[in-house]
Design a protein around this ligand. Structure first.
Ligand code: SF4
Length: 226
């Protein structure tokens, strides 16, 4: 398991759960606004599994959960045994995914290894590639698998300035009715590609504008929050 970063304690990443966050190496997307740009290709600076598990053993009883994020965790070949080892220590697990690997999410569900999923829905299907350099068809498949499984999960969208209200309405219609759909504010990343300078610097929507958009979307997705 290639882990490149760890945040030792967080109250905001896993609902109602004091957790640490593990950042996996490598992503198959290349979202222009990625906040973990160094992880996309991997920096090669890997934290050993021994170090991770020695930390998790020390924090037993102090932390309740582990968030596995990335990069894209579902690309890691040994994700299932890694999650099993974390579960064996008594931790709850949240898995963040870009949704591109529905078959891996299915395996995680079959093994009952995850307590909460967060899956990104980044753009309308016909604009997915433009935003993420990857098509979005598998993402809908992943979301449908999660919905059918009855596991606790959220879908979330970062409302980048390039998404219009019309785009968000299209996305809300493309998605099945979700138990929780989160609209996140766009925050300019510290690192980005030179070619993306213009779209990175586009004026973000304000929190009030995002709230207004959420009000419109509730017609299609009743449980949208900001
Ligand atoms: S899916 Fe996440 S980690 Fe991958 S490029 Fe996009 S924002 Fe970055």
């Amino acid at each position: 398991m290639l882990i490149e970063g760890i945040v030792k304690s967080s109250l905001i990443d896993f609902p109602k759960t004091l957790s640490c966050i593990l950042f996996t190496s490598i992503c198959n997307f290349d979202c222009f606004y990625c906040h973990n740009r160094d992880l996309i290709k991997g920096s090669g600076s890997i934290i050993s599994e021994d170090e991770i598990f020695s930390f998790l053993k020390k924090r037993q009883g102090l932390l309740d959960g582990v968030v596995i994020t990335g990069g894209e965790p579902t690309l890691q070949k040994d994700l299932i045994p890694f999650m099993s080892k974390i579960k064996a220590l008594g931790y709850k697990i949240k898995l963040d995914t870009n949704g591109s690997k529905p078959e891996v999410v299915k395996n995680v569900l079959e093994e009952n290894l995850c307590d909460y999923f967060a899956v990104d829905y980044k753009a309308p299907q016909d604009r997915y590639f433009e935003i993420c350099s990857f098509p979005g068809t598998k993402v809908l498949e992943t979301i449908n698998i999660l919905l059918e499984s009855n596991v606790d999960f959220e879908a979330r969208t970062t409302v980048v300035p390039q998404l219009t209200l019309e785009d968000l309405i299209t996305m809300a219609k493309e998605l099945p009715k979700l138990p929780k759909y989160v609209l996140n504010k766009y925050v300019k990343p510290k690192k980005f590609l030179e070619k993306d300078m213009e779209r990175i610097n586009a004026k973000p929507y304000s929190p009030d504008e995002i709230k207004e958009m959420a009000n419109v979307l509730r017609k299609y997705q009743p449980y949208v929050i900001t």
